[in-house]
Design a protein around this ligand. Structure first.
Ligand code: SAT
Ligand code: MN
Length: 566
């Protein structure tokens, strides 16, 4: 199939001595990211899709897309791609079949999922599978639709060849369709990386972290600790999607349904993600990066000098003075999990791994401190529901505007998000040994607009504190928004961060938080009757704690006092 793709032009050969097994793909110019405005949940009742999803009646969707599909594959080869999501021997794995007329999609599915025999065996045993129908058709954005039919466990996607629009196993199946199934059956499908932090004593603390697209999930999942943190290591289980089940032991177990990584290329370098750099040196499909005259690849933020000339992602002559990007900001690598140098020996464990901490986070230039911990599960659900992040190039539309993105699931929650919050609360009742919930923010900037925290490998310092908290250690201070690390409990040594910056990184501005809490509440009220009262109650409690803290007229005895805890 690869040879075929080289003939059709779906793939371009790279220098096989330098990049064995690697190929380049260039997409259509108008097909470089997920198109959320063209993505629909097709339930019989509009309320079941909720206020955050586009909705189309199933009959209308079948008719409208059917007309575009009709004859769209004429003269092309159709690939039948049975794929299994999750390890072959896991009771939690599920199968799908994608029909596609894109060789690039078929080859990408072969990297991202377990295709063929394991999927067919599962379909025989389970008697069921998710039906995915995909055609590039004419790649015309005005005839592009990604429609989900939860009742029939069916996905129809037409008019795009881009990852999240066209690799139907990923966001469509493993999140938007799996979500409501999990709600019915008592498990969760989340937009989360899964990793283990091993400490110098060999103990591994497993964490799952939800960040929006292109906010560093892949980097965190493959983190390489700096020299000063010797003895710690990170084990990767997944970088994008987690299926979470309650085990017999009452703990929450996470498995990665995928078998590959579909990561953002620009900014990936020896400094930011050395493990990804090792991983993508072979068996990788690069999409929309710059091709050098030597048939190797280059991108902005690669950490090496740009070539003096090359062919940019649009296939146009490019040089460093061109004034345009060589690689598209959402250019991607597709690489098999087995090539990840930090892949955990547990990554194919049919049970998954037991999660001790759940992390939420996003790009917030202000407000959110480096890390804080929820007071408990319901408060943690509120923190997830209140998440916001600056938009990125992973979806079409304006980049850099702050939008609400609960649990990083705004584009991926296949049912009413109010019901989704209720499901989170319900899971809290089912999980006997609950993970602690944290919020992290690597993206705080100072008055000059510079990042205050170095991020990347140095994030290990924050993960260490989180792991210590999970063991009942790790000193914290109570604030109105949650527990923040006590002075000295995060190892800032060897980091050149002035004391004021450290304080600011961990500081809470009650007045600004009060404004934020009000904005969050306006957002939450858009879910109307579907919003669980427990989430609103958390909002009210937060506002009361903040008001006590920021009201200047309160006598000192009643004012909020920091108390050191646990
Ligand atoms: O949607 S993709 O899976 O292509 C990448 C992302 O936006 O998370
Ligand atoms: Mn993602």
């Amino acid at each position: 199939m690869t040879r075929q793709a080289l003939k059709t032009g779906d793939l371009i050969e790279l220098d096989q001595r330098v990049l064995p097994g690697c190929h380049l793909h260039r997409s259509a110019l108008n097909d470089v990211a997920r198109t959320e405005d063209l993505t629909f949940i097709c339930t019989p009742k509009r309320e079941d899709a909720g206020p955050t999803n586009n909705w189309m009646a199933p009959a209308d969707a079948y008719a409208r897309l059917g007309a575009i599909f009709d004859g769209s594959m004429r003269g092309r080869t159709m690939y039948v791609v049975p794929h299994l999501m999750g390890p072959a021997d896991s009771p939690h794995s599920r199968a799908g079949i994608e029909l596609t007329d894109s060789l690039y999609v078929a080859l990408s599915m072969g990297i991202m999922t377990r295709v063929g025999r394991p999927a067919l065996d599962r379909i025989d045993a389970a008697g069921d599978f998710v039906r995915g129908l995909h055609s590039k058709a004419d790649l015309n954005p005005s005839r592009r639709f990604i429609c989900h039919f939860p009742e029939e466990q069916t996905i129809w996607s037409v008019g795009s060849g881009y990852g999240g629009n066209a690799l139907l196993s990923k966001k469509c199946f493993a999140l938007r369709l799996a979500g409501p199934v999990g709600r019915r059956e008592g498990w969760m499908a989340e937009h989360m990386l899964i990793m283990g932090l091993e400490d110098p004593d060999g103990r591994v603390t497993y964490m799952a972290a939800a960040f929006p697209s292109a906010c560093g999930k892949t980097n965190l999942a493959m983190l390489e600790p700096p020299m000063s943190q010797m003895g710690f290591r990170v084990w990767t289980i997944g970088d994008d999607i987690a299926w979470l089940h309650v085990g017999d032991d009452g703990r929450l177990w996470a498995l990665n349904p995928e078998a590959g990584f579909f990561g953002v290329v620009p900014g990936t370098s020896q400094a930011t993600n050395p493990n990804a750099m090792r991983m993508i040196g072979r068996d990788t499909i690069f999409t929309n990066v710059l091709e050098t005259p030597e048939h190797t690849v280059w991108w902005e933020g690669m950490g090496v000098e740009p070539p003096s000339r090359g062919l940019d992602w649009r296939s146009q002559e490019w040089n460093p003075g061109s004034g345009s990007k060589g690689a598209h900001p959402n250019s991607r690598f597709t690489a098999p999990t087995r090539n990840c140098p930090t892949i955990s020996p547990e990554w194919q464990n049919p049970r998954g791994v037991p999660i001790s901490a759940i992390l939420f986070g996003g790009r917030r230039a202000r407000l959110a401190p480096l890390v804080y911990e929820a007071f408990g599960w319901a408060h943690g659900v509120y923190i997830g529901a209140a998440m916001a992040s600056e938009t990125t190039a992973a979806a079409t539309g304006q980049v850099g505007v702050v939008r609400r993105d609960p649990m990083a699931m705004l584009p991926f929650c296949g049912y009413n998000m109010g019901d989704y919050f209720a499901h989170w609360l319900e899971m809290g009742r089912r999980i006997r040994v609950k993970p602690r919930i944290f919020n992290v923010n690597w993206f705080r900037v100072n008055a000059q607009g510079e990042y205050m925290w170095p991020g990347y490998g140095e994030n290990i310092r924050v993960l260490r504190w989180i792991a210590e908290r999970c063991r009942g250690k790790g000193q914290a201070v109570e604030t109105p928004v949650g527990f923040v690390p006590a002075e000295g409990s995060i190892d800032f040594d060897a980091l050149d961060i002035p004391a004021e910056t450290r304080q600011e990184l961990l500081g809470i501005d009650p007045a600004a938080w009060l404004d934020e809490a009000e904005a969050v509440e306006v957002f939450l009220r858009t879910f109307d009757d579907c919003l669980p009262t427990a989430v609103l109650a958390e909002s009210e409690k937060l506002r009361r704690r903040l008001a006590r803290q920021s009201a200047p007229a309160l006598p000192a005895s009643q004012a909020w006092q920091p108390t050191s805890t646990r």
